[in-house]
Design a binder for this molecule. Sequence first.
Ligand SMILES: Nc1ncnc2c1ncn2[C@@H]1O[C@H](COP(=O)(O)OP(=O)(O)OP(=O)(O)O)[C@@H](O)[C@H]1O
Ligand SMILES: [Mg+2]
Length: 265
Amino acid sequence: MTALRIDNLHKAYTDSYSGEEVTAIDDVSFEVEQGEFVSVLGPSGCGKTTVLNIVAGFVRKTGGTVVVDGRPVDGPGPDRGVVFQSHALFPWKTVLGNVVFGLRMRGVPRAERNARGKEFLELVGLDGFGHRYPHELSGGMQQRLGVARVLANEPAVMLMDEPFASIDAQTRRKLQENLTEIFQERRPTVFFVTHDVDEAVFLSDRIVVLSRRPSRVREIVDVRLPRPRTWQETAELPEFRRTANKVNELLAGDEDDAGAVVASA
Ligand SMILES: Nc1ncnc2c1ncn2[C@@H]1O[C@H](COP(=O)(O)OP(=O)(O)OP(=O)(O)O)[C@@H](O)[C@H]1O
Ligand SMILES: [Mg+2]
């Protein structure tokens, strides 16, 4: 079943200063099946965050359709859970309080939501930290808390915009392994934005490569790597390098195209 379907998405922003229209997204279509991990990759400023924000319901599209779980998107909703790049946690709530917030809003009884909250804290390796506060956690732990909070709500689609970008390389690898383990165990539907090619290959089932702005889909690349995945084993597979090279070529080819346009102008 299709969890997320994007058809002929178009987005033009109106510059608040000059009043000029800037086309961020020209024509983007792809879908994410239920239980599939799909990454979107593309040059800086090509509109990745814009696509994610439109799916989240934070930004209005100017054309095309976005359907989540059979329903057209019209504003934010609990069927889409967003893990932000910065943690966006509630500093005045405990770790457990952050995880169960959405369940509380939905009226899940206390005992049940706390049990579910603890289960998800365990899943991200934060068992025993439920009574701490976010500021008492490291950046990597806060990011795992962000993941647990979204997972606990069991959204139809989990939206992640470069969630590990501000984290040191070693911790990032651990978080990627943690996310791939969670994916293996729970099979959430994930729409993941990144500009890190290796990260996209390591985590994904498919990678949507976007062109420069105004963006179009250059190619959708299948990742044929076995699961479960660990960095040590996966990075050594020839298929890992082959896929990463292919994505890198697609991105580099785009730069050549842009250069050619400039040269002929
Ligand atoms: N609110 C806005 N008003 C006007 N233009 C905007 C707005 N938000 C984004 N844009 C423009 O739309 C384009 C796409 O931006 P977006 O943030 O989606 O790119 P991105 O691919 O996520 O970039 P990055 O890789 O740097 O995160 C950019 O040219 C940006 O300047
Ligand atoms: Mg972005």
